[in-house]
Design a protein around this ligand. Sequence first.
Ligand SMILES: [Zn+2]
Length: 298
Amino acid sequence: MAGSRRVFCLTIDLEECTLPQEFGGRPLGEEESLGLSEAGAHRLLKIIESEGIRATFFVTGFFTSKRPRLVKEIADMGNEVANHGLRHYGPVLGPSEPNGLLKSGEILERVTGGRPLGYREPRLRIGPGMIGALKRLGYAYDSSILPACVPGRYSRLRMRPAPFAWDCGKAGRLIEIPISATPILRIPAGWWWFRKNFGDRICRICFDAIWRLGLPVICNIHAWELSELPRMERVPAHVRFNCGPPSEAQVKGIIAHGKSAGVPYDARSGRENFKEYREIEFDRAHLGSWTGAALLDS
Ligand SMILES: [Zn+2]
């Protein structure tokens, strides 16, 4: 398994803010939807720089095409830039429409100079078949799974809350790096909404439990969380709650906790963390029963 060393990945979703659409409200104007994430990303980069750490940014093709200088800066600082789809909200770009995936990958490559290795489905709504499409297009890993139950959205309680490999048949395997949930109670401690609403203290306790089992902690943060969000049509209060300075303090808090817990942050990029998990000896007994589509259907 993963070994005893503690691994902590900050994974940051950087996208046009589409919260109103998710709740059936009127979309923000383009500049505002980009600006909320842009401002948050600058705050995150400051933290990353002052702490001397690295992170993985999942960026949409649309955001990248509108803010290429920022995305290039993120990559030049040694962070990993991975694919977060073409647009954050819109028609689902599944395996039958790999153009969304192809196009966003091309935009990222053109702007950063490197091919993205990882993928996270916008809003984590990955569907059957996408895993195979990622593998065919040369991706090394997916990080779209939150192995917990989110009422009204999805239940991934049958998925392992630990890195595992999807069986893609002849194409080989694709590594899955799930967002962290505790193994038994499935408390989604690595998920932005949980941290933001319940605070980083309970997350730290959960992270300790996850590390004790030799598993990595994968945190999910949205750049717009570090901006104070305006009132948005139909967006409930719990979504805006604690955004802005409280979220910024929480992110600093979990980084400080990781440091005090002995996480080897120095000079490791998100990409290096993921590379480590690509080299895990996966438990063969599990592989047969953890093939893609059946689980994603559940
Ligand atoms: Zn996202």
